[in-house]
Design a binder for this molecule. Sequence first.
Ligand code: ARG
Length: 400
Amino acid sequence: MGRAKKVVLAYSGGVDTSVCIPYLKHEWGIDEVITLAADLGQGDELGPIQAKALKSGAVESLVEDATSEFVTDYAFKAIKANALYESRYPLSTALARPLIAKLLVDAAEKYGADAVAHGCTAKGNDQVRFDLGILALNPTLKVLAPAREWKMSREQTIAYGEQFGLDFPVKKSSPFSIDRNLLGRSIEAGPLEDPMTEPPEEIYLMTKAIADTPDTPEYIEIGFEKGIPVSLNGQTLDPVTLISQLNEVVGKHGVGRLDMIENRVVGIKSREIYEAPALLVLIDAHRDLESLTLTADVTQYKKGIEETYSHLIYRGLWYSPLKESLDAFIDHTQERVTGMVRIKLFKGNANIVGRQSDYSIYSPNLATYGEDDHFDHKAAEGFIYIWGLPTRVWAEKTKG
Ligand code: ARG
């Protein structure tokens, strides 16, 4: 393929994406590099990052605040789908990628760039998510991934950048690779590569160690409307505030950590540590509210959809016809998932202790063992006779 002239680069200010700037210009002959840093609520000061990009040789340095879009259009969809990859990882990093891909494509179109670039390496999932996201949104754009092709070690990468006046003060010393946004933190590499090594306490920022959590339980109430969280303790909150406040209160009680070995898209098993306090509790609470408001068959059928949905997100197919079709199904199931879930937070546990909904299909008169019982007890015998008929025929044939 012909080399691109103007490129929009996904920029985090880290070693790899910083080195991408001089590398694209000097090794790949790109005329202009525009950087784009997405604010997804990671809590970094993006001003210095912007200045750093320009100092590293970018012609333009864009910063996009997309936190609200991230929660509303990405996280909330995942919550409605109870999306947990391999039944555990709430996809806090994975969900950010299609949004960043969209911001890159929008900027490329706006600034007349013929390519977009990212700093992902060849072994991770994020390269797949960026490449496929960009491809799906604008198949005419080239996708450049310098770090996937250069054969530099960490030290060589830093040395290469230093040649062009880049400096990396702290990054040299941290052995971990960390991704962070409003939904959570993903931490890997360094000593964590040994599956038997216990994660050191200092890697956690959003969740407290049990030893440092309050000695009294705290109750919280999360309100949902059509499957979407809308309030905390009776107070209606905007999506970003709701997640931020929930992160605080849940993390304070030591809830929201995960230590798992996961199967990457490229076939590698990797060990990742996650903290995603609000997201994990929201999925749990949402699933609970569904148990009160959805029929048994919808719940059961949706489970399979949820698994497929989580795989799509993990595997970079956010923008795909299947994902859109599943969204239509999921949205329809959420029409009556409105109500409130009560949770008790204490010493690393978030236990659901109550739930209510105007759309509840829990019937006290059917469930009760007390006097107000409306269940027709005589009907049970006939039901079991017919339900068990195949078993009876089989048993008589084989055991008789
Ligand atoms: N394994 C996670 C995912 O594929 C996180 C990837 C980024 N992790 C990191 N520590 N930089 O979504």
